[in-house]
Write a protein that binds this ligand. Structure first.
Ligand SMILES: Nc1nc2c(ncn2[C@@H]2O[C@H](COP(=O)(O)OP(=O)(O)OP(=O)(O)O)[C@@H](O)[C@H]2O)c(=O)[nH]1
Ligand SMILES: [Mg+2]
Ligand SMILES: [Zn+2]
Ligand SMILES: [Zn+2]
Length: 396
């Protein structure tokens, strides 16, 4: 059977030949031109918006990079997803395409984490690794800067709760980026690209039955999962948080161990019979808001230091963070989390991050000292190193 591809926008799978094309609606060689028109599939999935006025779509051999429009004889290079009609990245199906799902309970810090992570990847981390991170499409570029980056970095404000995909008529729009790395190989430098798709779920999406199906598709379609767990939502940790830390309310919150259980159930249910084997999808288990716990850690704790920025994923450093978090989990009554992971996941790794570096102010703004992220890129770099997209240093 041909390898199935997964759309970075809707996470539905299809074979390469099923990819459709969209006419570019320019004047063709035969002086004909297709008019732009509303695409009903885009309307339905993303709501009415001006960018849904596009050239007509048609079927052709999706394994090729171009096709000729049957209406105007114009040649087009726009390939679209047969399910959601989003334009697919250039060379989709030919280059590495990695989908990363991010999940976590309500108020665990997902939106802030994603915003800071992408900012870091585009700036400091990008520089250290000789890497670039570009929005793959106009919508991603626009949404990332106007809805996320500007709000946090320019206006210095926190986010309101993210809308759930299910109340939002199942309109989920992941942010899709192209991660590029210059790698020195035998034949000189060659660029290597990985498409990364981030899906910021709302916490509630994991606490009701209805939204489980949609999320199951996202999780099972993902090549790697970032599970964000909030220690402030663990009773054993919450009471030790640095005084003055902004605490999440306790109403309707779901303990991290339950969130992990739900994610695990979705992954297990989706694969039917093979329930005995461990889950192979690499899982980064990320504890957020660690700035609230630094005062309890030794000065030499790896969680208080920045990751070494040497342009390689340092395996030894990552393993010492992993062990340190495991120790903390014991103090936080988190042993059931550790056991659940050990019993069900073939590849998981603990991380501890602080996106802001400090609790926000009581009026929900960035602290006057600014945003000082700690170790936010480690989980993504680990996943990329597991995929072979960034080099590793050392063994573990
Ligand atoms: N101390 C500290 N607090 C943080 C940090 N990151 C997030 N928070 C707090 O957590 C709150 C929620 O963060 P969000 O990123 O909006 O959380 P979310 O997981 O997207 O929430 P939903 O969209 O409702 O599911 C913020 O308003 C902050 O008060 C951090 O690095 N340190
Ligand atoms: Mg959110
Ligand atoms: Zn045409
Ligand atoms: Zn799609």
């Amino acid at each position: 059977m041909a390898r199935r591809l997964t759309c970075p926008y809707c996470y539905e799978t299809f074979a390469a030949r099923e990819i459709r094309f969209r006419c570019n609606s320019r004047l063709s060689r035969t002086r004909k031109q297709c008019q732009r028109r509303r695409d009903a599939v885009l309307d339905e999935r993303f709501g009415r918006r001006p960018s849904n006025d596009v050239g007509p779509d048609f079927a052709a051999d999706g394994r090729r990079s171009t096709a000729v429009c049957p209406d105007c004889d114009g040649e087009t290079t726009y390939r679209i997803c047969p399910v959601c009609h989003c334009e697919l990245p250039v060379q989709f199906g030919m280059v590495d395409n990695r989908l990363i799902a991010m999940v976590g309970a309500k108020a665990s810090g997902k939106t802030i984490y994603m915003t800071v992570l992408l900012h870091e990847m585009r700036n400091q981390v990008g520089e250290a690794y000789g890497a670039s991170m570009m929005g793959l499409d106009d919508t991603t570029m626009r949404r990332y800067s106007s809805e996320y980056e500007d709000r946090l970095y320019r206006d210095r404000q926190m986010f309101p709760g993210t809308q759930t995909a299910s109340t939002n008529a199942n309109r989920v729009e992941p942010l899709v980026f192209r991660f590029g790395l210059r790698r020195r190989g035998l034949f000189g430098e060659r660029p290597q690209h990985t498409v990364l798709s981030f899906f910021d779920t709302a916490g509630e999406d994991f606490s009701t039955r209805e939204s489980v199906e949609l999320n199951t598709r996202y999780l099972t379609g993902a090549d790697g999962i970032i599970l964000l767990l909030d220690p402030l939502q663990m009773p054993g940790a919450r009471e030790r948080a640095l005084p003055g830390t902004a605490l999440p309310g306790t109403e309707g919150l779901d303990a991290p161990v339950n969130v992990l259980g739900r994610v695990t159930n979705m992954l297990l249910a989706a694969r039917g019979g093979k329930a005995a084997a461990k889950i192979e999808t690499p899982l980064a288990v990320v504890f957020s808001k660690l700035d609230a716990f630094w005062h309890l850690l030794d000065n030499g704790s790896p969680l208080r230091a920045h990751a070494p920025a040497r342009g390689r994923f340092e395996v030894g450093d990552s393993l010492s963070v992993h062990e340190e978090v495991r120790q903390l989990l014991k103090e936080w009554d988190g042993v059931p989390i550790d056991q659940a992971l050990e019993n069900t996941y073939a590849r998981y790794r603990y991380f501890g991050v602080s996106s802001l570096g400090r609790s926000p102010t009581p009026d929900a703004r960035v602290a006057p000292t600014g945003i000082q992220p700690y170790r936010v890129a480690d989980p993504l770099l680990w996943l990329l190193s597991e995929f072979g997209s960034v080099p590793k240093a050392g063994r573990g």
